[in-house]
Every structure is written in structure tokens, then in C-alpha cells.
Design a protein around this ligand. Structure first.
Ligand SMILES: *Cc1c(COP(=O)(O)O)cnc(C)c1O
Length: 386
């Protein structure tokens, strides 16, 4: 079975992990700040805060920006549930902005219209979380213009987009955002097993996120509200969590980071090959790429038009039966039962729903070969034509 995504680990990665396992640090130690500095440096951001998942990073990013009860947070319905759950953790209200069919990303025109309406009823969001779907950056410049105009913060959910570029700048530079979040889950671009990181250029938010990832505890005498009781002393000054990354994970992340450019080249070359092979089939529409960005190609997604729901589901099922583990990203968040209970319903975000009826995720990962791509395209097109 060809999986839809898969980590690539080599001897060097294994060595980095084993060396850390036999060092004196297992939990958060010297490798964590090293990994934070290395990735922040790579992306051109000032601060990196490593945590145990992107979900945790999204949560503490919202908290650092002051999201709390009564606030509104908007994100894309075409994403993993973590993109919106993070706001619910803070007691905020979630809403969604519909997507563009051809990229799967949040539609800036839809955002603009929704903001104008929200302003008229005094219901503007505190934070908007664009998701760089499949690794292709959203139109961040336009989103930044709106964020200045309407006074909301921007957290990039860049779980798919480690190493992607938007207008010559790496995603994560936070050039057009306040905080940017990466995931290092094994199917993503680089892995630490579980893991995530929040990048920012704001020292206050970075410090707050560091404190929140470790119980809300500080060792900094300047931050303490009373004199120290002695050398063992620490203070809890906020309600934080245990969201720490381990040193073993950070050591793997450091080792994986060295291979990032190679991973991206492979993913891009394979995606181009898919694009070429699929270009002769007019009913198959691969995600369109912006001219001014470099996708990290976490996923290879195409839409197949004019299929019934049954045909769409059979297509994915039949591909799996033939050894191609096709997948579907994403079930629109607003039609999840939990979100329906919050008041969302089918029909709320029509593009995300149309997209869901058409999309198919084909395998893409660095170890995939051109021959694999040919095999996958052959199976796909035979299914559609048959
Ligand atoms: C994977 C993913 C997450 C969550 O990442 P974890 O590291 O597994 O918590 C959040 N948002 C998006 C868009 C993702 O793909």
C-alpha cells in the first residue's frame, strides 16, 4: 500500500535520537532552545517556542494574544479541527471564512465581506487564523492589510508549510502575521514524532508562550510578585500547561531540519510530475499554485468535477483496494457533529462543502518515486474513465 504521506528518517536522525537518549537530558533540555533558534533562524523570525504539538502551539498563541471568553476567532473551514479548537479552549467563539475552490485557502474577498458585515454589527474577530492549505501560503499581504484596517491579530496555521515561501520570504518570518505555528507530526514536512513550534518577532508573546507551555511558572526574579525564598524558589503566575517538547524530539527536529531543503525539492518535483500527467484530463483539477510563492507540498490534492457523492467515495475506496491510499483533506470543520452543536450547519460555507465533495488527496512524500506517481495516475484515471 502506498500511503498518502510518510516521514523520512535516516541513520543520522536515528543517531541524533540515540545520542540524546543516552545524554543526561531526556525532557526539555539544551536541544530544545537549539532547535528553536535553528528553525527561527531558517525562517527569519526572532523567537521560536517549541511545544509538544501544533495544537498546543495554537492554543498558547491564542492565549498570548489575549483571546478569552467573549472574543471571536475566525479560521478556514477547510482544515484540521485543531485550527478552530484552539479558540474554543480559550472560551472564545469560533466562526469560519469560506475558501477559494482552486487553492483550498481562505478566500480574501470572503474575509473582506465578512469583516465589513461584522464591523456593522460590532462583532469583529480578535484573531484570524489563515491555514496554508497543503503547503501553499495564503494571500498574507492582503490579510495583513485587513488586519491593520480592522484591528485583528493574525496567527498563521502553517502546520503544512514548514519551508514554504511567500513572496521570497519564508513562512514563519511573521512578516505579515503576529505568530506562525508549525507542526512536526510524522506526515508533515519534518518530524519530531509529536511536536510543534510557534514563531514570532514579539518578545513579550514569546515569553508568555514559554511560561504557558510549562505550567505558568517563572524562575525570573523580575517577574516574581514576592522576594525569593531561596535558590529552589519559583512562582506560578498564570494557569499554564505541560506542553513541553522533549530533548529527544528536539534533537530529531534539528537533524530533520538539515534535510528540509532536500525534502522540499523532492515534494515539488513529484507534484510537478503529477501536474503534468494530470493536465490532459480536463475533469481533474489539481490545486492551483500562486505565481509568487513556493509550496512545501505537504499534500497533493486534486478536485475531480462532476462526480456523485457515491462515485467520489467509491473512487477513494477503489484506489485503496488497488494499493493507493488516497485520502481526503478536509471534512469541513463546521459540519463536524461537535460544531453542529455550536450552531453551524450544512450550507454555511458552500465552497468548503463543494470542495469536500470533489477533493482527493494522492500520495506525496519524499520517498515516493516518479514510477509510483505514474502508477497512481494510471489507477486514478482508469477509475474515473471506467
Ligand atoms: C496537523 C495539523 C494540526 C495539528 O498538528 P499537531 O502537531 O498534530 O497538533 C493543526 N492544523 C493543521 C492544518 C494540521 O494539518
Amino acid at each position: 500500500m502506498i500511503p498518502y504521506g510518510r516521514q523520512h528518517l535516516d541513520e543520522e536522525d536515528v543517531k541524533a535520537v540515540v545520542e540524546t537518549l543516552t545524554s543526561s537530558w531526556l525532557t526539555q533540555g539544551p536541544a530544545v532552545p537549539k532547535f528553536e533558534a535553528a528553525l527561527a533562524d531558517y525562517c527569519g523570525a526572532e523567537f521560536g517556542v517549541a511545544v509538544n504539538s501544533a495544537t498546543s502551539a495554537l492554543h498558547i498563541a491564542c492565549l498570548a494574544l489575549g483571546v478569552s471568553e467573549g472574543d471571536r476567532v475566525w479560521t478556514s473551514p477547510n482544515s484540521f479541527v485543531a485550527s478552530s479548537n484552539c479558540a474554543l479552549y480559550c472560551g472564545a467563539k469560533v466562526d469560519f471564512v469560506d475558501i477559494e475552490l482552486n487553492t483550498g485557502n481562505m478566500c480574501v474577498d470572503a474575509l473582506r465581506n465578512k469583516l465589513a458585515l461584522a464591523e456593522s454589527i460590532n462583532a469583529l474577530p480578535k484573531v484570524v487564523i489563515p491555514v496554508h492549505f497543503a503547503g501553499q501560503p495564503c494571500d498574507m499581504k492582503e490579510i495583513r492589510v485587513l488586519s491593520k484596517q480592522y484591528g485583528f491579530f493574525v496567527i498563521e496555521d502553517a502546520s503544512h508549510a514548514v519551508g514554504a515561501k511567500y513572496q521570497e520570504k519564508f513562512v514563519g518570518s511573521c512578516e505579515f502575521s503576529d505568530i506562525c505555528v508549525f507542526s512536526f507530526h510524522p506526515v508533515k514536512i519534518i518530524t519530531t514524532m509529536e511536536g510543534g513550534m510557534a514563531l514570532t518577532n514579539n518578545s513579550e508573546w514569546a515569553e508568555k508562550m514559554r511560561m504557558l507551555r510549562s505550567h505558568g511558572i517563572t524562575n525570573d526574579p523580575e517577574k516574581m510578585t514576592e522576594d525569593s525564598h531561596g535558590p529552589w524558589y519559583y512562582q506560578q503566575i498564570a494557569l499554564g500547561f505541560n506542553y513541553r517538547m522533549t530533548d529527544v524530539e528536539a534533537a530529531l527536529g534539528l537533524s530533520q531540519l538539515k534535510k528540509l531543503p532536500g525534502f522540499l525539492e523532492k515534494r515539488n518535483a513529484l507534484a510537478k510530475y503529477y501536474d503534468n500527467l494530470l493536465s490532459v484530463f480536463s475533469c481533474i483539477k489539481p490545486l492551483q499554485q500562486r505565481g509568487d510563492s513556493y509550496s512545501s507540498y505537504h499534500l497533493y490534492v486534486a478536485r475531480v468535477e462532476s462526480l456523485t457523492n457515491k462515485q467520489h467515495s467509491d473512487l477513494i475506496k477503489n484506489l485503496r483496494e488497488q494499493g493507493v491510499f488516497a485520502h481526503l483533506h478536509y471534512i469541513p470543520i463546521h459540519i463536524q457533529p461537535y460544531y453542529k452543536k455550536l450552531g453551524f450547519k450544512m450550507g454555511d460555507f458552500p465552497n468548503a462543502e463543494t470542495y469536500y465533495r470533489q477533493a482527493i488527496t494522492l500520495p506525496l512524500f519524499p520517498e515516493l518515486t516518479l514510477e509510483d506517481v505514474e502508477f497512481i495516475v494510471e489507477k486514478l484515471t482508469a477509475e474515473i474513465n471506467g
